[in-house]
Design a protein around this ligand. Structure first.
Ligand SMILES: NC(=O)c1ccc[n+]([C@@H]2O[C@H](COP(=O)([O-])OP(=O)(O)OC[C@H]3O[C@@H](n4cnc5c(N)ncnc54)[C@H](O)[C@@H]3O)[C@@H](O)[C@H]2O)c1
Length: 321
């Protein structure tokens, strides 16, 4: 397969690029290295693949429609894995304009580039946060998800909807994958696994919403990548599919596992959960199993152990980026 991966220098994108190259696929990556977190970390994420003969890379912004069109016209990929986005629920509050430009307009630019150049298949990174405060637990794809709690999930829901239009009007196969709390090596520094490790190592406190009485369906990045690759291989018409672990853990337990791995206590400042944070995210993964043969295998303890090994090797041993 020839795959265009947007957000290729990011956490999940860089793992996807490596997995595709290992399989023998041809990969075109693009990223704008924005400073939502340290761009040097994104550069480092590409170290293993930068000179690979089957990898081409563009420093490019998905908001630039003409550039997206040129890249797609030049390479004519079989499928687009659209992972580039402004991520982060709380950061999106007060930044609806930016999230609209990148996550909605940017997605439309890629859909247009796909349409104009006859690309037949588009896989879109959506999020479990589209479920908001749903009462249907575990979260199931048939839930209408019409009440997102912040601009970020609203922008991702918009991406899912416009994708349907492209399937309906232009026959572009569109699969939205709703990722649930992904973690692992290269994990984003704004997310809990990284920030709790960082706090444990440095003896600084973390803010724990509602004393850790929240549950998250932490899913190891390698399991997510298996699901993404399966989705890239299988055009399904229009599909929305959860990719989670289907086994949420209490945040207080999650913090304890990290404390044990690091061998230090984690100092906790309890704080009430903001309204953008649901009490639980919990994936029903029946559909992913049926349609993608998806089977997450990594326990939270094993996954965090791998992430902690990476943290020691890459973060503690480096210059602090
Ligand atoms: N990590 C998670 O738990 C999680 C959960 C749900 C959904 N997602 C989604 O998965 C995708 C990947 O997330 P991630 O955790 O790897 O985040 P990430 O921030 O590490 O990766 C996103 C990448 O997109 C790039 N990017 C942002 N704006 C861009 C633009 N205008 N043009 C080109 N590139 C741009 C960033 O520089 C970054 O490298 C995102 O779409 C995110 O919304 C992630």
């Amino acid at each position: 397969m020839k795959v265009l991966v947007t957000g290729a220098a990011g956490f999940i994108g860089s793992h996807l690029v490596e997995a595709l190259l290992r399989r023998g696929d041809e990969v075109i990556g693009l990223d704008n290295f924005n400073d939502y977190y340290d761009p040097r970390r994104k550069q480092a994420n590409l170290n293993a693949v930068r000179n690979h003969p089957r990898f081409a890379f563009y420093h490019a912004d998905i908001r630039d429609a003409a550039h997206m069109e040129r890249i797609v016209a030049h390479h004519r990929p079989d499928v687009i894995a659209h992972l580039a986005a402004m991520a982060g629920v709380r950061y999106s509050i007060g930044r609806a304009g930016l999230y609209t430009d990148v996550n909605i307009r940017g997605t439309v630019n890629l859909l247009e580039a796909a349409r104009v150049n006859g690309v037949s298949h588009f896989v879109f990174a959506s999020t479990s946060s589209v479920y908001g405060k749903t009462e249907q637990i575990p979260f199931v794809e048939s839930d209408p998800c019409n009440h997102p709690l912040a601009p970020y999930p609203a922008s991702k829901k918009a991406g899912e909807i416009i994708g349907h239009t492209y399937w309906q009007l232009h026959g572009l196969h569109f699969t939205a994958l709703r990722f649930f709390s992904v973690y692992g090596p290269r994990g984003r520094p704004d997310m809990m696994p990284f920030s709790v490790m960082h706090a444990a190592v440095n003896g600084t406190p973390i803010r724990l919403f509602d004393g850790g009485r929240m549950r998250r369906d932490w899913t190891y990045v390698e399991d997510i990548i298996h699901g993404v690759v399966a989705a890239l291989e299988r055009p399904l018409g229009y599909a929305v599919i959860n990719l989670g672990r289907g086994n949420p853990v209490w945040m207080s337990d999650f913090v304890q596992i990290i404390a044990q791995l690091v061998g230090r206590e984690v100092l906790v400042e309890e704080t009430p959960a903001p309204p953008s944070e649901p009490k639980i995210n919990y994936a029903d993964i029946t559909k992913a199993k049926q349609l993608l043969g998806y089977e997450p295998r990594t326990t939270v303890v094993d996954g965090l152990t791998e992430m902690w090994r990476w943290y020691q090797r890459e973060i503690m041993a480096s210059t602090g980026i």
